[in-house]
Every structure is written in C-alpha cells, then in structure tokens.
Write a protein that binds this ligand. Structure first.
Ligand SMILES: N[C@@H](CC=O)C(=O)O
Length: 353
C-alpha cells in the first residue's frame, strides 16, 4: 500500500518530537509536514531539538517547521498527530476534523466527549466505533485521543485483571517523571533532590479516564466501568518513565500466581492484527524484587519499533484479600505519541481511514 501523508502538530515540543521519532521510518505513514506556532516558522528540527535519546535521520533533522494553518495541513495530509498543548489544541483539532482530517491527539481537550474514543487498543479497541457518531465522519474527518500518560500505563494491566477477575477498587500512587510536564517542564530548583506531591488535574483525569477506558461502548454511548478509583499523583526527579503503585481488590477468587499468569499472557487486538507499533508482549512481568525501575524498564518492548511501548509489572503480592503491585511505563512513548500512533494504525487496519 502507498504510505499515508501525516502532519505532526506541535513539532517543537517533547510529544511532537516523539511523534517525529516514531514516524520517520514508519512502514505505513510518511511525514507530510511539521507544524508549530508562528514563533518557530522557518526553523529546522535540528534547531529546536528536545528529544535527546534518539538519533534522528539527517533528512528529518533538516525538515523545516511550518506555521500551523489548518487549511494547508488538510490539503497535504490525511492524518494529523497532535502534540499541541491543551490551551490551544481544542479548536485547531476540531477545525482539522471539519476539513476532513483524521486527528489522533495527545491533548486532553476532547477526551471526555461522548463521541470521541479515549483509545488504548489493548483495552477498548471497540470504542473506535464512536467516531462514526462525529458529524465530520462522512467527510473523513474525526478525532481520536490517547489517554493521559499516567493512566495509559496502568490501564493495560488493569484491563487484563478486570477481564479475568473483576476489578472492584484500585488505589494508585504515582512517581511521575519530569518529561510528563513537557519541555522544559518542572523548574530544576523545584525538583532536584525533591518530590512534589501535586500535579495539576492529574488525579481527576486518572479517575475519570480509567472509568471511560475500562467501560463499554454500546453503539451509541460510553458506559463507565463500575470501578472505584482513588489516586495520589507525585512528581519525582526521573527523566522518563512513570512508576505507579497499585493496591486493588477483586470480585472473583485469585492468587498471586494466577494473577501473574493472566497479566503475563495478556494480548489483545494490536497483537492479533500485528500493528507495526504493537509490542509482542504488551505487559512484561518481572520477578526480581527490585523491578520495575525507570532506569531499567522505561524502554521495554520488542520489536525495535515498539521500544517503550510495553509496560512492566513487578512485585505482585497479596495481603488480606488485597493485591499490591508496581507498574512502569514510558510516559512520552506508550503514554504519549506512541499511544496515538498505535491508535492510527488500528484505524487503518480497521479501514476507518
Ligand atoms: N500529565 C502527565 C503527562 C501525561 O500525559 C504528567 O504531568 O506527567
């Protein structure tokens, strides 16, 4: 098949550049343009580089950033990947959908809409159907969002657990990397040798988003999962990789071995469809007592294209009918740009493009 032209919006930011990283040698997608605010118009990617753990191709580094004009973007691209900040993303993404562009967004603006899938293909691929309710769908335009980064990593193992054992309640404590705050993110004097027990709106987002993701879509509306979610979100001085501690209880009988077995063997539609960015194993279970760690496990995932797309679970324990475990996932890959690239691959595979 010929490659599909895609735009990257917010190309000067951390998530925008993760999109570029994942798209530069993509088998189905071709970068049709890099877009950002007027301020960056005419600069080359190499002049505004934020991602430092990936070697971009020379041709990619020489690409010029263009001003974000929706009409022009829609004429040149079938898909737009949005890494825009949420203070400007909402109307720009709606405009592009009106112009017939399929928008895959990392921004929070449209996540809770009744006709917008909050999509994690391992958890709720059937929710993609909701795009047919969007008034722009007949034109080819629609919006699909990925979840907040701290929600995405835990949603996949929680889906595996909920499907087999019925999740009743989950209490989450996060240890979130500074790259989650974008670039330059948290001031160094606030975070070096420190932890900050507050991330604006994070706990609210996690509680709402998990209910939508783990819930159903009945063909005309989303029905929230009946799971009690409690969360505390904290920023720690780590570059990449959100570590999260979970305590939960279940409606069906389980033990640590059964739980570990179900989590370890979990696969879903992206694996069945062999989507290019799908990790072969979406959840890796580690048996070592001191894993997962951001320094060791943030980039988990095979094959090479799925690096950073698997989450890692460890320290599964039981006490008094409550289970405890840690989950780690890469916040700007699996929890950001990678999540939206996987969403777009699912839409292509399901011929909703
Ligand atoms: N809100 C998160 C970013 C993920 O989307 C964070 O601040 O870490």
């Amino acid at each position: 098949m010929s490659k599909i032209n895609v735009a990257v919006l917010g190309a000067t930011g951390m998530i925008g550049q993760r999109f570029i990283q994942l798209l530069e040698n993509h088998p189905w997608f071709e970068i049709g343009g890099l877009y950002a605010s007027e301020r960056s118009e005419g600069k080359k990617l190499k002049d505004v580089l934020k991602v430092r753990d990936h070697s971009f191709n020379d041709e990619t580094l020489d690409m010029t950033i263009e001003r974000l004009e929706t009409k022009k973007i829609s004429e040149l691209n079938r898909i737009a990947f949005s890494g825009l900040p949420s203070d400007i993303a909402g109307p720009i993404e709606s405009d592009l959908a009106d112009l017939g562009v399929a928008v895959f967004s990392n921004a929070a603006n449209h996540r809770m809409r009744d006709d917008v899938p909050l999509l994690i293909p391992e958890c709720n691929s059937s929710h993609l159907e909701a795009i047919k309710q969007q008034k722009t769908y007949s034109n080819g335009g629609y919006i699909v969002t990925n979840a907040n980064c701290s929600t995405t990593g835990i949603a996949v193992p929680l889906k595996a657990i909920d499907t087999s054992f019925g999740l009743k309640m989950v209490c989450i404590s996060t240890y979130q990397a500074v790259s989650g705050a974008g670039y330059p993110g948290v001031p160094s004097l606030d975070i070096l040798c420190n932890v900050v027990p507050y991330i604006k709106n994070e706990e609210e987002k996690m509680e709402m988003e998990l209910a939508k993701i783990l819930g159903d879509y009945n063909g005309s509306r989303f029905i929230d999962a009946n799971v009690n979610v409690l969360s505390n979100c904290v920023r720690v001085p780590v570059i990449d990789g959100h570590l999260e501690s979970l305590v939960f209880n279940l409606s069906k009988d389980a033990d640590v071995d059964k739980l570990a077995g179900v989590i370890r063997s979990f696969t879903a539609e992206p694996q069945k469809l062999q989507l290019p960015s799908a990790p072969i194993a979406p959840i890796i279970v580690r048996d070592e007592p001191d894993r997962p760690q951001p320094a060791c496990d943030a980039f988990a995932g095979t094959p090479a294209r799925a690096r950073g797309m698997a989450c890692t679970v460890g320290r599964i324990r039981e006490k008094d009918n409550y289970f405890k475990m840690f989950v780690l996932s890469h916040n700007t890959l699996r929890g950001g740009a990678g999540g939206s690239v996987l969403n777009a691959e699912l839409a292509v595979a399901k011929k909703m493009m």
